[in-house]
Structures are given as structure tokens and as C-alpha cells.
Design a protein around this ligand. Structure first.
Ligand code: DC
Length: 222
């Protein structure tokens, strides 16, 4: 069978995974999977349907039945409607981390993620890309950055969008999500044994992307 290369990029909330992974995918001409968007979509559907985030029995079928289409340019359609910005709201972010604790929800999403592994290759970002979904990935990168730096990046992003939130509340939310993502039983946030740690606290996006591409090219040429 033809080998389809995968680069797995995992890390905590607001570590820059999405931006770095999408840029690396574009540079290589690879497909891109933002796995967090699937958990966000489940949370969004749950909010719409009044399903509590702790009701795994109702959330798992909802995850299995997600009608999602990923469009070029990072936009996505849920039930045929553009849900790109709706799933980025803070209520959905917090909900995503809560629905993601359920093993049955995770299991319902796993094949959907693996199905996106197609030629010429895939860059996938999330929490468990290297540990669970693509354990045989060609390169696994685990991004880190201090919670303060991540809260400050997010703060700047929101301000540019005209959304006003305090740095303190963002820092609190990020710490809460880190704690929940790292302490859950099912696929907790942790680096795979063979992942390369990349601390982006003092790196620009371009520098971080450059490091990922350099690591991938070195491996490929071995
Ligand atoms: O990457 P993100 O912030 O969009 O992810 C939203 C939530 O989804 C995050 O708090 C944890 C969960 N998640 C997960 O459990 N596993 C993944 N592979 C991706 C995201």
C-alpha cells in the first residue's frame, strides 16, 4: 500500500497549533485536519439541541452523525450551513473540552479523522494526533508555550476582532482547559513518547513553521 505521510502537531489550547499546522500543510501542499473543530462541532450541536455536555449517551450518536464539510480556505459547513465562526465562540471552546472527555465521543470521531489521510499527505493538529489517531505519523511535534504567553496571544487576536475580554479571564479559561484536557482518562493531552517538543514562547509563527518543515525534510531524507 502507498504510504501517505502524516505530520501530527499536538499541544495545549492557544499554542498556535492551528496556524502553524495550516501553514505547514500549505507549504507542503498537504491536506490539513483541524481535529479540534470536530469536538467544537459536537459541542455546538449539543448547545443547539439542549444536550448537556456530560450526557455521553446522547453526545456520541451526535458525534457519529455530524454532517460536516471542510471547504478550502479553512471554512466548514455544518448541516450545509457555514459554522466557521460560530464554533470559535468561547462557550463552544469550553464545551468542546467537556464533550472531549467522553471515550465514546472520541471513538465516534476517530475513523472520520483517519479518512482524511490522503495523498500527497496530511498535517493534523489536536491533542491526540500523535498518541492515538496517527500513532505511526512520520513526524510528531508537541508545541508548548507558557499559559501567560498563550493568553496574551489570544487576547491580541480577540482585540483585533473587536471582541473585548480581560487577559485575566482568558488566562483562567486557558488554565481550566489545560487542566481538563490533560487530566481526562480518555486520550489525555500529553506528548507521544516519540514526539519532538517545540517551545514557541519566543518564536514567531514563521520561525515555528520553519522548524516543523526542517524537521520533516530531515526525516524524509533519512
Ligand atoms: O484545538 P481546539 O482548541 O480547537 O480544541 C477544542 C477542544 O477539543 C479542546 O479543548 C480539547 C478537544 N480536543 C481533543 O480532545 N482532541 C483533539 N484531537 C482536538 C481537540
Amino acid at each position: 500500500m502507498t504510504h501517505v505521510p502524516v505530520i501530527a502537531i499536538d499541544g495545549p489550547a492557544a499554542s498556535g497549533k492551528g496556524t502553524i499546522a495550516a501553514a505547514a500543510a500549505a507549504a507542503l501542499g498537504f491536506h490539513y485536519l483541524d481535529s479540534g473543530s470536530l469536538y467544537r462541532l459536537v459541542a455546538f450541536k449539543a448547545l443547539q439541541g439542549g444536550v448537556p455536555f456530560d450526557d455521553a449517551g446522547r453526545l456520541a450518536p451526535l458525534a457519529a452523525a455530524l454532517d460536516v464539510r471542510f471547504l478550502a480556505g479553512g471554512r466548514l459547513l455544518l448541516d450545509g450551513e457555514d459554522a466557521t465562526s460560530a464554533i470559535r465562540e468561547e462557550a463552544v471552546s469550553a464545551g468542546a473540552s467537556q464533550v472531549a472527555v467522553h471515550a465514546s465521543v472520541r471513538a465516534a470521531l476517530i475513523e472520520r479523522q483517519r479518512a482524511l489521510r490522503r495523498l500527497p499527505g496530511l498535517v493534523a493538529d489536536g491533542r491526540d494526533m500523535g498518541t492515538v489517531v496517527f500513532p505511526d505519523a512520520d513526524l510528531k511535534v508537541f508545541l508548548t508555550a507558557t499559559a501567560e504567553e498563550r493568553a496574551s496571544r489570544r487576547h491580541k487576536q480577540l482585540i483585533t476582532k473587536g471582541i473585548s475580554v480581560t487577559l485575566d479571564s482568558l488566562l483562567r479559561d486557558i488554565r481550566e482547559r489545560d487542566e481538563r484536557d490533560a487530566s481526562r482518562q480518555a486520550a489525555p493531552l500529553r506528548p507521544a513518547g516519540d514526539a519532538v517538543l517545540l517551545d514557541t514562547t519566543h518564536l514567531s509563527i514563521d520561525e515555528a513553521v520553519g522548524r516543523v518543515l526542517a524537521m520533516y525534510r530531515t526525516r524524509k531524507n533519512k
